[in-house]
Design a protein around this ligand. Structure first.
Ligand code: SF4
Length: 645
């Protein structure tokens, strides 16, 4: 296993720690390492944009091992966007180089007085002056560091969004790969502009022959599976426009295959496509490269335009012209801001504007008409630069609604500050409610309606690996395998969560292939039971982290539209959700009244110290105050401006 690299920006000291074998066994890597670190090193109630916050980046045990789709880096922090756990998972080459430099995790703490970037070249680690990089967008920052250090490196950078503390600013990896939920803003607050890494060491494996055989069988699945060959490698996530029900006009409805405008269907995007590519060591080229052929933006090129951008900055904002969607994708990548959070904030603002809750006076004369694409592009610039009305949008959907008051919150369909819209009561709505980073498409069974349906994997159901008779149990299993995916550093993009989390899924029982791979890579014995326990350990620790931030069962809500709230039908929906939520918490080993993990369950997972922490207070009843979003600043106090992208 690699070392842990600690970077204290207040003292500008870097140090290296050897990994603890027990931690490696119990937390495996990636999200497991990061969530453990956050629980131990972040005190409850701190300002996420203050020096006390911590940012962790971690690889997995299979990074740079030759196993396909394993070049993912997990980035975790206390999110300034939600005020709870915030983690994002990005592709590219960064994890690969970091691992080859000898590190499994970077832990960044403190705050520098001057702009810096971190340069890692194997054992050589150095904080360097970044004054000349300030104000540059992520693409220019990356290119500048390529010129300085050579192209055989990987660069993680923040743009103007992070520098201006836009609460959903991202850390961008190799220009096009984003780690969301506000890590860019936290690094901006710490004045760390970028991390550049070159790694040249070979990664050692405990049993290379066994590992190679297993990895080959796993790769064969991805290379031969018809869905991979004919859909993912050809259309990437654009296929979601037909099957995943994209939201329309702030979730007024979810579009069916026939509702989706022809201009945004997967085949329509082919006219802009100039090539396809993949993250390092992945055999599924799910990413498109595009070029705008004519018009005002003629010649503009970009990469990795995904379903979430088409839906969040397109249909859900009322935009059906593909060109402004590509333009916004590039702006978001360059400024380093999350397309999902940006789209949600703009969609809600447009909804409020069309209802007269926001007026031209509030927007500084900027039109928020549903179809006004040019005005929306202007708002993206102003948000990244915190100019005019953009300064409010930069606070994110939930905080914007809170600041506006006056019924704005009625149209903010959030769970713990993040949004996927209002869904009916059922396991899909439940999956959004129980996600430990707020409503989200990559925890549990929350990818898209039906996409994580076990019936898509009849062989696994027939063999009894997936408990289809009980949807709440299936959700928990789905959360476990998705958590394991993030712990091993594997991509959830290639297939839905069953296949991506469980390598060799058709050759061995559900988690046995993963146990074999881990043993061949690390030399440590794993079993289905120890793997599930490891996933539960991480998930419950994340729940406990959120309890300390004031999250209780009532925050695992089912967002309802204003027309449904308070009606008998709405009450029935809420009652159904409440019953499922209580059952979920009982099965998870939590108190069904409060949602807080029980001491008994925590101790069974070796988390007695977590139980001790939760017992410290009694008001919520843990004494940490109730969650009301992140600590906010006065709008006039943020840094603003710098160059337009
Ligand atoms: S499937 Fe796509 S996003 Fe996932 S690792 Fe491969 S190229 Fe990257």
């Amino acid at each position: 296993m690699g070392n842990v690299l600690r970077v204290d920006l207040s003292t500008q000291k870097v140090s290296t720690e050897e990994p603890d074998p027990a931690v490696c066994r119990e937390y495996i890597g990636g999200r497991g390492f990061n969530s453990r670190t956050l629980f131990r090193e972040i005190r409850p109630g701190i300002d996420p944009l203050g020096p006390e916050n911590v940012v962790c980046l971690a690889t997995g045990p299979f990074t740079a091992s030759g196993l396909t789709s394993c070049s993912r880096v997990e980035v975790s922090t206390l999110s300034p966007y939600s005020g709870i756990l915030g983690d994002g998972n990005a592709g590219g080459s960064f994890a690969h180089f970091l691992k080859k430099a000898g590190y499994d995790q970077i832990i960044i703490s403190g705050k520098s007085k001057v702009p810096l970037y971190l340069w890692i070249e194997d054992e050589h680690v150095e904080l360097r002056d970044a004054s000349d990089l300030m104000g540059l967008n992520t693409w220019k920052t990356t290119e500048t560091l390529y010129e300085r250090h050579g192209k055989d490196i990987s660069v993680a950078a923040i743009g103007q969004g992070g520098e201006n503390l836009v609460r959903f600013a991202t850390l961008m990896f190799d220009k096009y790969n984003s780690a969301a939920r506000g890590s860019g803003a936290v690094l901006g607050s710490k004045k760390l502009k970028a991390i550049a890494v070159r790694g040249r060491k070979n990664v050692s494996l405990a049993d290379p022959d066994e590992f190679r055989d297993l990895a080959r069988a796993d790769r064969d699945f991805f290379l031969n599976d018809p869905f991979q060959k004919e859909v993912v490698a050809v259309y990437g996530s654009h296929i979601g426009m037909l099957h995943w029900g994209p939201g329309f006009r702030n979730y007024e409805k979810y579009l069916s295959e026939t509702d989706v405008p022809d201009t945004l269907k997967p085949e329509a995007w082919k006219q802009f496509e100039t090539g396809r590519s993949a993250c390092r060591s992945c055999v599924v080229p799910c990413k498109n490269s595009f070029k705008i052929p004519e018009g005002e933006y003629e010649g503009e090129v970009g990469k990795a335009l995904e379903y979430e951008c088409i839906f969040c900055l397109g249909t859900n904002c009322g935009i059906t012209d593909p060109v402004p969607i590509m333009v916004q994708e590039n702006l978001a990548d360059k400024y380093g801001i999350c397309v999902i959070a940006l789209g949600n904030a703009i969609a809600m603002a447009k909804d409020l504007y069309m209802r007269g809750i926001l007026t031209d006076r509030d927007t500084g004369g900027l039109s928020l008409d549903w179809e006004d694409a040019e005005s929306q592009i202007e708002l993206v610039h102003r948000t990244a630069l915190r100019q005019g009305f953009g300064n409010l949008v930069a606070e994110g959907m939930y905080s914007m609604a809170k600041i506006l008051g006056n019924k704005a919150m009625d149209y903010c369909y959030h769970v713990k500050g993040l949004s996927r819209g209002p869904y009916p009561a059922g396991v899909f709505g439940l999956a959004h409610a129980t996600s430990t980073r707020g409503a989200d498409h990559l925890r549990g069974r929350s990818w898209a309606y039906g996409e994580n349906d076990p019936s898509l994997w009849p062989e696994l159901v027939k063999k009894g690996y997936i408990p289809v008779e009980d949807e709440v149990k299936t959700l928990i299993l789905s959360e476990e395998v998705t958590t394991l995916t993030d712990m091993i550093g594997r991509c959830k993009g290639a297939v839905n969560n069953w296949g991506s989390a469980v390598p060799l899924v058709f050759k061995y029982p559900l988690l046995e292939g993963l146990a074999k791979l881990l043993r061949a890579a690390t030399g440590t014995e794993f079993s289905e039971e120890t793997l599930k326990n490891a996933a539960d350990r991480v998930y419950l620790m994340e729940m406990a982290f959120n309890v300390r931030q004031g999250i209780l069962i009532e925050h695992a809500r089912l967002p309802l539209k204003p027309g449904l709230a308070g009606t008998p039908k709405g009450d029935l929906e809420l009652a159904k959700h409440k019953a499922m939520l209580e059952r979920y918490h009982i099965l998870r080993g939590c108190d069904p009244e409060t949602g807080i993990p029980t001491r008994e369950k925590l101790e069974s997972l070796g988390l007695g110290f977590v139980a001790d922490e939760l017992a410290e207070g009694t008001e919520n009843p843990c004494g940490f105050g109730k969650w009301e979003g992140p600590v906010l600043w006065g709008l006039e106090t943020y840094p603003k401006g710098t160059l337009r992208a």
